[in-house]
Unconditional design. Sequence first.
Length: 416
Amino acid sequence: MTASISRLTRRRFILGCQGLWPGRRATGLPGARAALRRAEVVQVDPLNVVARSHDLVLHARVNDYRPQHLEKLLYQRREFFDYGGLVLIVPMAELPYWRVHMRRRRDDPRWAGFALEYRGVVSAVRRHVRDCGPTAVRDLDGVRTTSSFRSGKETTRSLYYLWLTGELMTYGRAGFDRVYGLRDEIAPPAYRHAATPAQAEAYFAGKALALHGLVTLRDWTGSLSGFAHRRIAREEATRVLTDLVDAGIAAEVDVDGVRHYLAADRLPLLEQIDGGSVPRQWRPTGPDTTGEVVFLAPLDIVSARGRAATLFGFEYLWEVYKPAAKRRWGYYTMPVLYGDDLVGRIDPRLDRDTQTLVLNGLWLEDDQLARDGTFVGALTAGLRRLAGQVGARRVDVSAVGPPRLRKEVAAGMPDE
């Protein structure tokens, strides 16, 4: 008989697996490394309104996080790499499995057709990287080819094609522009080989379980299909998950009558949470941040793409791509995590000229929270920490209401 758990247990378990509950339990560069591994994937996004989404993901999980920590792990120590259509940060040790995904990308009709039509451009770009070393898009203006292509943009697409299909990797960044290098000059020797398709899909099956913490058949299938880069039918997914359960690799629980799956080795953690305790390994080891709110990045795995509604019963829309007149909250809306629940939204912006973190708005789900002194203190502490993370010397909360809340939060903000 499959055990049943509450929605609260599910929520706490998923937040805990992601390092978001009961508070930050990682610090500095080692903490960033641990948080990246715990998260399974972190999506990269270039938009920098208050900070970039991937840095905000790590800030939410790591005390004293700095973007330089991620740069060092990615581009100096080569412990992680970024890859994919969505651009995900994943451990370098996974490269052999991702090479199966990369090979399947090469065989996609779209990219196979591109490689055939522009084979002269692709060959010239490949030769340029091999002969000249790390290459950015702007370095290709003078590349000569035997093709009759009319636009230098095909050299840009060729670089991207070679990266997407695995011949190139990200060597580093110039500003935020990717600099490409040869895979075998970037990846450590231990990770340059390719796994077999069966090995890759077995690995990704476990990764999809770990990514979500607790996951339905549908969501697990979607993640596995994305990692493996092939369509996986419901019947196949059901068979694979059943085999994982029978092998003791996965386990089953019910939430409101809906079957969920998790990695079997995490069952003891789930049982502790269901019993009302916090697993020892989840307790903060550095500064205690359990009394602070956390602002979740727009692309955080626990709240993005409809997961906020499923996990918290919370409506969250990232409105950055909506016309201003159609926005309900704001341009760069971020959910506010308080303990184990989402309780509101902020729309922040960093004014870099004045080094001011500006709150364009704060929207609470329950207006009573504005009169709760404990919450006001948690909000103030969270804003101070965010300001420090993004290098702001001041915090402008003049758009925050009601007046009493604005006054109390402003009193706790740095003014220089």
